[in-house]
Every structure is written in structure tokens, then in C-alpha cells.
Design a protein around this ligand. Sequence first.
Ligand code: NAG
Ligand code: NAG
Ligand code: NAG
Ligand code: NAG
Length: 336
Amino acid sequence: MSHAQQQHVLAIAIVLALIVVCGIHVFLFPMYTSSPPARHTKIIAYEQALCRSSFKAIKITPAEWRNSCPKNGIVSAAQGGRLGNQIWEYASVWATARRTGLEPFMPRCILKTLEEHFVNLSIPPLSYIGKCTLGGSQIVNSLGQWNNTDQNIIIPRHAAYWSLILVWLDDVRREFTFKPSLRQYAEMILKRIANRFNIIEPTYVGIHVRRTDYVDYLWQKFKVKPAPVRYYLSAMNYFNSKYQNVVFVVASDSIAWCKYHLQSNQYKIEFVSDNGGHGVGKDLAVLSACNHSIIDYGTYGSFAAILAAGETVVYNVTAYFSTMIAEVLPNWRVIS
Ligand SMILES: *[C@@H]1O[C@H](CO)[C@@H](O)[C@H](O)[C@H]1NC(C)=O
Ligand SMILES: *[C@@H]1O[C@H](CO)[C@@H](O)[C@H](O)[C@H]1NC(C)=O
Ligand SMILES: *[C@@H]1O[C@H](CO)[C@@H](O)[C@H](O)[C@H]1NC(C)=O
Ligand SMILES: *[C@@H]1O[C@H](CO)[C@@H](O)[C@H](O)[C@H]1NC(C)=O
């Protein structure tokens, strides 16, 4: 296929995917939560209801008192999950705002999670319009229900509007700019790995292995067993035969499992996560700085692969969101 044809096919694929999934949110965890009641509640109070745990009430600043209230509905989201989920919640709000023209605002709890790792996030906190009320206007939970610019869209927790997000991939990547300290950290780690193996022009392939609680979740939700060791090895084999000077950079919430199962003399492989899985931001920065990605499943790994923007191999889970992403993006492939 020519480049132009590929572009054309990609465009069609994206449009088809949008039609199919527009308004359907993929729940990464099984519960559906409806939004808390909002009528005539001040947004500053409503924000608290979107957050998992209570945070210190803040005063609306004089500058915020001067902010005008949105004329139309707004887009926001409820907080759920850890870093990976909250990144997708943010990205879902960002993309929904772009699609609808409504103004986006994030609850401060989600911003707090993200601002530990990213700079210059463009969406302001809900407290920015804290003095306003959501008033009598309706609240809907998805783009599919939204039919009027008066309506607010409050995206349920754990949502990942991936099909919408893929439409603006480059802009999404720009939105998630790591803090300079994390970028330097990632650069330093990768250089150190290259030095260790004494290679000049390495091809870094990030591997994210999701274990711990996700193993149960996969079984409960999809009746799927975790990816077998053989999956990671065939994915590694794929990259090793396709590229020169490949080094594998493994991050995981269970790095001990990886060291035990993936260690191999056949490949250059380095395990970067700490044992407790505490450095999620650091690991994400490292995975995102890699040239290509191997992921199994989960919000965290799939976003790392999106940020790395290289070729991505993903584990085959039927009707699972990262498998569906692989059907749309030409440089993603599914391996069983
Ligand atoms: C964040 O935005 C400020 C102001 O626009 C800019 O000066 C700064 O370079 C940005 N930081 C990064 C890391 O992009
Ligand atoms: C618009 O959406 C609201 C909320 O989902 C629904 O109750 C209403 O029937 C919709 N109106 C039309 C004309 O579709
Ligand atoms: C691979 O990734 C490294 C580290 O981010 C980067 O310096 C290098 O330019 C990338 N190589 C290619 C071919 O993109
Ligand atoms: C993924 O799994 C489904 C169902 O088992 C199967 O039909 C499909 O061929 C698999 N795809 C790949 C690329 O292995």
C-alpha cells in the first residue's frame, strides 16, 4: 500500500471505530458509578463528591471570584483508580471537551495525582469556577447521551474514551509532558543501560508487565488468565529479530515475577522498577522514553505505549480496550 492509501485506511478505521464506540466508554473496572446529585450545589462542593477521599476545603481566591461562570455545560470526571486510570480520566475529559466545545475542568484530586509527574496540564481545577453552580442544567455521563450544550458531561470513574483520544494522538502526547526531573531521570536510566551492555545506538523496547490485583480482575471481568511467560518471550523475539541493538527495559508492579520469569541470556534485558512498585511516575517516564513497547494490558501500560509512540505489541484479550486500540493504530499489533 502506498503511504496515501495507508493514511486513507487509517482514517476510515478511526471513523469506523468512532462510530462503533462513540459514547461507549470502556470500563476497566466493573462498577458503573452515577454522578453525585448536583442541582444547585456550588461547584466547590461538587468537586469533593467527584474525589475518592476528602481533601482540605480551600477558600475560593479573590481571582477565582472574578472568573465568570461557564455559559454552557462543562466536562469533568470522577476520580477512580491509580495513576494509569487517572491519566485516562484526564485524557477522556480533554478529548470530550475538544469534541463538544464544552469547557473542561478537573477535580483537584485528579490534578494532584497528575501534577506529581506532568507539567503544564491545560485543564484548570473545578475550584477555578468554584463559586458557580451546576444549577438546573442536566448532567449526563457520556458523549452518547449528550445532546445539548446546556448539559454537563461528568465522565464516570475508570472511563477511558480511547477512540476519541486516538483522534488527536500528537496533541495528547504534548498534553502529557513529564516534569524535567523525570525526563532527566529517564534519560539517565536509559543511558546507564546502554553503557552496561556497551552499545552505541540502542533500540530501547519498554516492557510493562501488569500483575498483582489485575490478575484477579482479568479473571473476574473477562475470564482471562494473565499473559503467559511465552507471550512476553515471543514479543521480545519479534523486536529482537526486527531491530538492531535491542535492549529490553522492564517495568512492573511485580518486578520480582519478571526477574524470575523473563531473565534470559538470549536478550539484553534490564529490570528498572523497585520491589515495592513505588516509582510509578519514574517507571512511566522511562517506558515513555523507550523507542518501542511491549505491554500486556491495563491503563498504565497502554498509556506508556501511547507516549512512547513507537511500535507496540499488545496481548490478545478479546474485546479489551488495548486490543481494540491495536485494531485502529497501524503500528500496534496483537500477539496471543
Ligand atoms: C510550561 O509552560 C511554561 C509557560 O508557558 C514554559 O515556560 C515552560 O517551558 C513549560 N515547561 C515545560 C517543561 O514544557
Ligand atoms: C437529550 O438527552 C437527555 C439526557 O440524556 C434525554 O433525557 C433527552 O430525552 C434527550 N433529548 C433528545 C431530543 O434526544
Ligand atoms: C530511541 O530512544 C532514545 C531514548 O529516548 C532516543 O535518544 C533515540 O533517538 C531513539 N531512537 C530512535 C531511532 O528514535
Ligand atoms: C485473538 O483471540 C481471538 C479469540 O481467541 C482469536 O480469534 C484471534 O485470532 C486472536 N488474534 C490474534 C492476532 O492472535
